[in-house]
Design a protein around this ligand. Structure first.
Ligand SMILES: Nc1nc2c(ncn2[C@@H]2O[C@H](COP(=O)(O)OP(=O)(O)OP(=O)(O)O)[C@@H](O)[C@H]2O)c(=O)[nH]1
Ligand SMILES: [Mg+2]
Length: 448
């Protein structure tokens, strides 16, 4: 791709730090270097240079690195200036670069140019953003795998399967006298069916990756004093919310971010659900119920020392139980019941003691698995909802292809396969639109 203009941005976070990096990419990199650091340094070698401010006077000094096209991140000439990390200094260096013939980069514009110049595909570019935004080490590992191209390879390998099948069918269409036999033999149907199964495995892996990227929201709900706040403190390993033996301690909705089994989890503490005694509590209960509605998963907490086996604190009757919940029987140190997951319950039930921490590991595994996350397997490749939607649409086309195969309609099978390929092409960017690219890259940070 030929780009006319040169872009520049501060690539490091705003604020004071040891070093700040300004990045420049495009055809004017040479002119920018002449103006700001005297001349272009030798390719890919760090050299110490004075940095001139916009008035031409030296404002800083630091390392300059030049990456000539096409072997740079963007595929264009790139210059990086690593100066001291003062906000005034770095913004003055940027001003100087802009004056020398660059314009400010839009969010994600460096990555967009890298994509347009074929340096990485769309799923890899998204992997960069997901790596930067990772909230857990597991999420980072999985984003790294996507950045390295593992997800794209899976998609591309699958697209080859579809392309082969299409070629096979199209060849048959060209020989009509053999077509009918060939299509009705059942071999095509079997191949479409096996492709469909393979795609559903791909979707499963992508869903795991998307779950890692998005994390989950888990609400702790139940009657007053059952130990919701104590449990939140345990699960977040921090003493974050007030615990007391006064029923109705928690009034507001309090959200705490933590990590459970590698998943980013927002834990939400709520007011005890009961007939409220005053306006303040009425509001607290209202907010608690709203939090339950918005949750991915609810921990319905009961006091095991007070509740008979099987009783759910009346919660299921009084308040419609949330769609997805785990029954947590707390205070097992008092009731004397063995901690851990109770066998064969649906929804799952786990016995714990927030006081001693017993049963908490079992609860964590139960939370992850109730959220649909397969604990203990290799981290999946990072994926996004956009990818999953594309896979789902591709699967729908394969379903159509199977139906056409049953009827021996060769041209329709080939067309359905082509449409499935196009859907998958959207993931890697083989098939794309300007609007899609705009959507994706505008969510990146400036300087990336
Ligand atoms: N023995 C024992 N006591 C517990 C346990 N969990 C909580 N408690 C105690 O139970 C009381 C209530 O705990 P909280 O965590 O404040 O309960 P809550 O459900 O948040 O109560 P509200 O905010 O009033 O709705 C406190 O005195 C806790 O120390 C437990 O597992 N065992
Ligand atoms: Mg509380």
């Amino acid at each position: 791709m030929e780009t006319q203009d040169t872009i520049a941005a501060i690539a490091t976070p705003q604020g004071i730090g040891g070093i700040s990096v300004v990045r420049v990419s495009g055809p004017n990199v040479g002119a920018v270097a002449n103006q700001v650091i005297g001349r272009l340094p030798r390719p890919r070698q760090a050299s110490l240079r004075p940095f001139a401010g916009s008035d031409g006077h030296q404002i800083d000094e630091g390392l300059a690195i030049y990456f000539p096209a096409p072997g740079s991140f963007t595929g264009e000439d790139v210059l990086e200036l690593h100066g001291h990390g003062g906000p005034i200094l770095v913004s003055e260096v940027l001003q100087s670069i802009l004056k020398a013939g660059a314009r400010p980069a839009a969010p994600g514009e460096f990555s967009e140019r890298a994509f347009l110049n074929g340096r990485l595909d769309l799923a890899q570019a998204e992997g960069i953003a997901d790596l930067i935004n990772s909230a857990t080490v597991t999420a980072a590992r999985s984003a790294m795998r996507s950045l390295k191209g593992e997800f794209s390879e899976k998609i591309n390998a699958f697209n080859v399967v579809l392309a082969d099948l299409r070629a096979y069918i199209e060849a048959a269409i060209d020989f009509p006298e053999e077509e009918i036999d060939f299509l009705t033999e059942g071999a095509v149907e079997a191949r479409v069916c096996s492709a469909s199964q393979r795609l559903s495995q791909l979707q499963e892996g992508a869903s795991q990756g998307a779950l890692l990227a998005s994390g989950i929201r888990v609400v702790l709900a139940g009657q007053p004093n059952v130990g919701k706040s104590s449990l939140l403190n345990r699960l977040s390993t921090e003493d974050r919310v007030i615990v007391s033996d006064i029923a109705g301690t928690t009034r507001d909705v309090v959200t705490v971010s933590t990590e459970i089994e590698g998943l980013k989890v927002e834990l939400v503490d709520t007011a005890g659900l009961r007939e409220a005694e005053n306006a303040l509590e009425v509001e607290g209960v209202k907010r608690a119920r709203r939090a339950i509605e918005e949750a991915d998963l609810t921990l319905l907490v009961v006091d095991d020392a007070l509740e008979a086996e099987g009783a759910n604190g009346g919660l299921e009757n009084e308040w419609p139980p949330p769609a997805d919940y785990i029954l947590v029987r707390n205070k097992c140190d008092l009731s004397g019941r063995r901690v851990g997951v109770l066998d064969g319950r649906s929804p799952p039930a786990v016995c714990v003691s927030a006081k001693t921490g017993a049963g908490l590991d079992a609860l964590k595994r139960c939370i992850a698995s109730a959220a649909g996350y397969q604990v203990g397997t290799e981290p999946p490749v990072m994926a996004r909802q956009r990818h999953i939607q594309a896979i789902i649409r591709a699967r729908e086309h394969l379903v159509q292809a199977e139906i056409h195969a049953v009827h021996g309609q060769g041209e329709l099978i080939a067309e359905a396969l082509r449409l499935a390929q196009d859907c998958l092409g959207e993931i890697t960017g083989a098939v794309t639109t300007e609007a899609l690219l705009g959507d994706i890259f505008s969510s990146f940070c400036i300087g990336k």
